[in-house]
Design a protein around this ligand. Structure first.
Ligand code: SRM
Ligand code: SF4
Length: 604
């Protein structure tokens, strides 16, 4: 077993640190001191011992050793395989699917070309029934099933199509989100795509990785909003840039809000810091914020290391001054006041909509719980090329938008088999459904989410008339990746008891508002067993009492069941969302597997 496989011992004293390989390398002395302090959290110790960015060169070597049969993934150093690999975007699914990885990408502003869609499909194709993808709540893609033996090839494959998986996990910046209909939107102030791309290129050095920004005290989320809908949710990002018109010059500038985030311990809504930046200042500003965070952020109690904690400790004025200093002595402008006489109804992007370009449409299609079976990557690419301009957009609601579709092509697009599964005319619950990964793959989950979410939506839509879209968000634990607190109805995995025994349960949140006047949902009820026989009547009651739903005129169906002859529109996918042991999936290497053995086959 070579040096690389030996256990990287925790650093006992600062003098033992090898600065070449340590995560301390790009930190100033004060930040090094915090990372080396006795009270530094355990992830700081892992980073001091070896920087996660080292995996960019070590993964190809390790994968090659595995391919040659000289080692096994089980023999690799635990901190490398379970923690540091995340700097390369590879998340070991030790608890649910040991030996396989989820690969998280960066898709700035959620835009993908048909070539990229096919390339992503190619990455997961070899894994047969174990491979699939997900659209995430940051309008991003995660791929599943990747093995250590193929890890380097997967990384190279996504780099070859102009994407990257670097710096997507642990203490790095997450996918930069923008307006999903940027460039097409009659109501946008600016096209957010080049801005998101520029910020990302700064962070990850054009995809090659940027060692200077790999050791933040914690994750950080950035988004750019260009309309009153606030599609990328500035209020729950650590850094939100809101395009506004500066009345004096008529120029678009960006008001800055800071500090939104969710966690087990605290859920914070971002607040304005009385700062605006010009288009030219956007990326230098983000870079300065990241460096101030890196250099001044706490590295002790991990529950208190997100950006807001540092800004609260410094004070807003001191924070602004520091950012200006890091930008080379810039005096940052104050924010631009914004007021609107009339209310703005946040737009629903599902369905067929005219673009600002005459004669062209965008078509939002509902992807059931955000899950993309491997074959659908290829089909999406074909459909986008056949009827649109060959590109698609992803949304934070885990859906897909086909863009630049000539009016004359809309009918053809709507008739595609893919759009019978990814429906542009989805029901008023399905179109508002968001679900995190849940226990199928996520080791932190308290409950299964996606499959359950789909079944409940189907049952509720079958029995209720619902007057308007109700946004139901599922999140498998209090980390709230599924953003339960922004939903009309948020369902969060939580403990519950049934006949004195612990069972999977949920906490229900109600009343989240997004867009203008955003507010977090408040806890409504806790301890509800997640089994459908308990949860379905509870949701039915909430929909009737709080959202004006009415029972459908009899369709012959019992409550919570489909009526006779009423086909389940997602029936083909219905069974594919629940974990089963991975032992045999019937897939031969390199071929899509027989779905019978797939791990998302229904079993509960
Ligand atoms: Fe998340 C950790 C999935 C968006 C807050 N999140 C995780 C991990 C990596 C845990 C793990 O190792 O298993 C999950 C991977 C599961 C898997 O196999 O997919 C995971 N998070 C997700 C995704 C995929 C949920 C989804 O189904 O869409 C989202 C990926 C976004 C992306 O493309 O990067 C995702 N996570 C979020 C969001 C929502 C957002 O960004 O708007 C949040 C809340 C907002 C925030 O971060 O402030 C979120 N995830 C967390 C946290 C709590 C962070 C904290 O400060 O405490 C954790 C746990 C942690 O970091 O310690 C976490
Ligand atoms: Fe996993 Fe919890 Fe995030 Fe869901 S909310 S993906 S269960 S960490």
């Amino acid at each position: 077993m070579g040096r690389r496989l030996a256990c990287q011992a925790a650093v006992e004293s600062p003098s033992e640190v090898d600065l070449e390989t340590s995560g301390l390398r790009h930190l100033p002395q004060a930040a090094r001191d915090r990372a080396l302090a006795k009270n530094a959290n355990k992830f700081e110790k892992v980073k001091v011992a070896k920087c996660g960015s080292r995996m960019w060169t070590e993964i190809p070597e390790l994968a090659e050793l595995i391919r040659r049969g000289e080692t096994k993934w089980e023999d690799l150093e635990l901190d490398d395989i379970d923690i540091r690999m995340k700097w390369a975007g590879l998340f070991h699914r030790r608890k649910r699917h040991p030996g396989t990885f989820m690969m998280r990408l960066k898709v700035p502003n959620g835009e993908l070309t048909s070539a990229q869609l096919r390339g992503l499909g190619e990455v997961v194709l070899p894994y047969g029934a174990d491979g699939c993808g997900d659209i995430t709540t940051r309008a991003n893609i995660q791929l599943r099933g990747i093995t250590m033996a193929e890890a380097d090839r997967a990384i190279d494959a996504v780099q070859a199509i102009g994407l990257t998986s670097y710096q997507t996990g642990m203490d790095n910046v997450r996918n930069i989100t923008g307006n999903p209909i940027a460039g097409l939107d009659p109501h946008e102030l600016v096209d957010t795509r080049p801005i998101c791309q520029e910020i990302q290129d700064m962070i990850v050095n054009g995809g090659k990785g940027n060692p200077e920004l790999v050791n933040l005290p914690r994750k950080l989320n950035i988004c750019v909003s260009s309309t009153r809908d606030d599609f990328p949710h500035t209020h729950i990002n650590d850094v939100g840039l809101e395009a506004v018109v500066e009345p004096g010059s008529g120029e678009v500038v960006y008001n800055v809000v800071i500090g939104g985030y969710f966690s087990v311990k605290r859920n914070a809504v971002s607040f304005p810091i009385d700062t605006s930046v010009t288009r030219e200042q956007v990326t230098p500003f983000c870079e300065a914020v990241l460096k101030v965070f890196r250099d001044h952020g706490e590295r002790a109690n991990r529950q208190k290391t997100r950006l807001i904690w540092m800004v609260e400790a410094l004070g807003i004025e001191k924070f602004r001054d520091l950012v200006g200093e890091y930008m080379g002595g810039v005096q940052l402008a104050r924010s631009v006041p914004v007021s609107h006489a009339e209310r703005w109804e946040r737009r629903d992007l599902i369905g067929v909509h005219p673009q600002k370009q005459a004669g062209l449409c965008f078509v939002g299609a509902c992807v059931p719980a955000g899950r993309i079976p491997t074959a659908d990557f290829f089909e999406m690419a074909d459909v986008a090329e056949r009827w649109g301009d060959g590109t698609v957009r992803l949304t934070c609601e885990e859906n897909v938008i086909f863009v630049n579709v000539p009016e004359g092509n809309v009918e053809g697009l709507l008739a595609e088999p893919l759009l019978q599964r990814y429906r542009p005319d989805a029901g008023l619950l399905e179109r508002g459904l968001v679900s995190c990964t849940g226990s199928q793959f996520c080791g932190l989950a308290l409950i299964e989410t996606k499959n359950r979410a789909m079944r409940l939506v189907e049952a509720l839509e079958a029995e209720l008339d619902i007057p308007k879209t109700v946004r139901i968000h599922w999140t498998g634990c209090p980390n709230s990746c599924g953003q339960a607190q922004v939903a009309d109805i948020g369902l969060m995995g939580a403990p519950a008891k049934l006949d004195g025994k612990a069972v999977e349960g949920v906490k229900i949140f109600l009343g989240g508002k997004i867009g203008e006047g955003a507010e977090l949902a408040q806890e409504f009820e806790a301890g509800i067993p997640a089994q459908e026989e308990y949860l379905l009547p509870k949701l039915r009651e909430i929909l009737i009492e709080k959202f004006g739903a009415t029972p459908k005129a009899s369709n012959g169906a019992g409550p919570g069941q489909l009526g006779e002859g009423e086909a389940s529109w997602w029936g083909n996918l219905a069974g594919k969302f629940v974990a089963t042991p991975k032992a045999s999936n019937g897939a031969e290497p390199g071929k899509p597997g027989d779905r019978e053995g797939a791990w998302w086959r229904t079993s509960d």
